[in-house]
Design a protein around this ligand. Sequence first.
Ligand SMILES: Nc1ncnc2c1ncn2[C@@H]1O[C@H](COP(=O)(O)OP(=O)(O)OP(=O)(O)O)[C@@H](O)[C@H]1O
Ligand SMILES: [Mg+2]
Length: 302
Amino acid sequence: MTSATRPETKIIELQQVEQRFHARGAEGGYLTAVDDVSFDLSSDPPRVVSLVGQSGSGKSTIARNILGLQKPTSGLISYNGRDIYHLNRSESDDFRRNVQPVFQDPYAIFNPFYRVDRVLQTAVKKFKLASNAAAGLELIRESLEAVRLDPDQVLGRYPHQLSGGQRQRIMLARIHMLRPAFVIADEPVSMLDAQVRKAFLDILLDFQQTYQMTTLFITHDLSTVHYLGGDVMVIHHGQIVERGPVNRVMTQPDHPYTARLLASVPIPDPNRRWKDRIALSDVEAETEDAAAPVAPEATGRL
Ligand SMILES: Nc1ncnc2c1ncn2[C@@H]1O[C@H](COP(=O)(O)OP(=O)(O)OP(=O)(O)O)[C@@H](O)[C@H]1O
Ligand SMILES: [Mg+2]
């Protein structure tokens, strides 16, 4: 029996992606924000993969590259095996529908002069999710309830009349309506307090499993990475220095930079105590840029 063509499981793949920006004063007149980055994200099974690194390490640039918002200087980004910067019309429609972002500050996405419903109604219309207005509204209400928002309370309000956590959950409602195959979330919880953050992550994890969404979660917060589980990629100066299951990377990091990050922040693990952790000074000696260590912050953020 001949084997059938296997469905493409690499929903997103980056091959030797480089992103340079002109930068006055930098060596050669440019800086390399993303430096020879290659990785793939599988949709079989769909997983959560975190991308963690300190500020300026290139995380958002990679997100913009993947979303098609910033064409990399060189390298290839593919969606289901197709170069995203050379998609035909129907492939592009599929990409726009199935690759969805959630950004840090949803306030920037809402138009302050329009009620918050509009962001959801626009999605219904753009992606033809309902055959008429009543069915569209029904879908919106259902999705708001799925993210534990009361439709009667939030519909008809303006963005400034909602809390940051509520605005961010409206973006989750949009994800619930679209059920994309791939979600890229760039620091979606960094402006939220601990309780609201946990609620957001729980909904995202629930959707990820229920609707089989592969998720790339960008953060500088190692405790969030720990909470999400799945895989983690560590980025340092635009390079992915390590990738693996969160539990392995957090307990037995391969790369000295990862070890240094872990040593500088407390991870919520009741079985591990401060004194058992890798001493910062032990790894600094092994790391090339020991002169500029990561500021150890008690918050668990990079
Ligand atoms: N459009 C641009 N033009 C010039 N430089 C840029 C541009 N976008 C990003 N950079 C630079 O590229 C580097 C990486 O930026 P990026 O926003 O990807 O970092 P980040 O890891 O997302 O940081 P943060 O955690 O603070 O969000 C930074 O040095 C930044 O100043
Ligand atoms: Mg960023």
